[in-house]
Design a protein around this ligand. Structure first.
Ligand code: NAP
Length: 245
């Protein structure tokens, strides 16, 4: 299957980003695999190229404005448009375990570090690429969020409410706010903007106990990345299930 679509996946050198890149490339989409580390990024690209997939390396540390600008210029020059943006790059703070509630003590410096990668970087990447996404006939922006960022679930007696690493959760709540606001800003265009929760996935971030493998976990993002023009926008999904904000 071939397509003339071009996608960018950030944080694509491992985990969910690598799996999403594989799924998209298997659909004939040219995938630019973003990685902040050139050696790791190129190794991941090589792996998928050996599977016969059309993928390329592009260097993006989402916290580095200069790299974001350079990547956008390169995509403009090479392709003149971008059809799919999967904002996948993300981190957790080593200072807040998943089962902690760190709101009372997380250091402002650490809070800023997590927000820089998970939120400010994601917004900056999206804004830099928006002119190119507008050139696509039907652009799709997928923000990889987390169910832990759902205020509706965190604020009641839910299974999720036990997991309150504040910097991480709040950064994903902010990502969800960006999804809602950007979708509204683009409502008169064909561009869809949605948040995806991948499930609890066995990656370096999710840990070895996680029950879902990355190939499975990436499916929500891939579905949202390949929505047609009549698809939903401004929503939060896990699989086909809509999650509460
Ligand atoms: N795993 C889960 O259970 C789970 C659940 C809900 C949501 N998520 C979300 O899913 C996304 C992917 O996570 P994952 O589980 O695949 O984690 P992962 O295996 O730790 O991968 C994270 C990726 O993000 C990259 N990254 C981190 N900071 C970056 C930066 N400043 N610039 C560019 N890339 C950066 C990492 O690059 P390096 O290799 O250079 O560090 C890596 O490629 C994240 O947004 C995460 O919050 C994961």
């Amino acid at each position: 299957m071939t397509s003339n679509k071009v996608a960018l996946v950030t944080g694509a050198n491992k985990g969910l980003g690598l799996a999403a890149s594989r799924h998209l490339a298997q659909q004939g989409i040219t995938v630019l695999m973003g990685s902040r580390n050139a050696a790791k990024g190129k190794a991941a690209v090589k792996l998928l190229q050996q599977e016969g997939l059309a993928v390329e390396f592009i260097q993006i540390d989402v916290t580095k404005s200069e790299q974001i600008r350079k990547a956008a210029a390169e995509i403009k020059k090479r392709f003149g448009k971008l059809d799919i943006l999967v904002n996948n790059a993300g981190m957790v703070s080593k200072e807040e375990p998943l089962v902690s509630n760190s709101a009372g003590e997380i250091k402002p410096r650490e809070l800023r570090k997590v927000f820089d990668a998970n939120f400010f970087g994601l917004v900056e990447v999206t804004q830099a690429l928006l002119p190119l996404i507008k050139k696509s006939g039907s652009g799709n922006i997928v923000n990889i969020s987390s169910i832990l960022g759902s205020l509706a679930l965190q604020s009641k007696d839910s299974e999720m409410a036990a997991f309150k690493p504040f910097a991480y959760d709040a950064s994903k709540t902010a990502v969800n706010a960006f999804t809602v606001h950007l979708a509204a800003a683009l409502k008169d265009t064909t561009i869809k903007v949605n948040s995806a929760h991948p499930g609890w996935v066995r990656t370096d971030m999710g840990g070895p106990q996680a029950p879902i493998m990355p190939e499975e976990g990436a499916k929500t993002a891939v579905r949202l990345a390949t929505l047609g023009p009549d698809g939903p926008t401004g929503k939060f999904y896990y699989g086909d299930d809509e999650l509460p904000w």
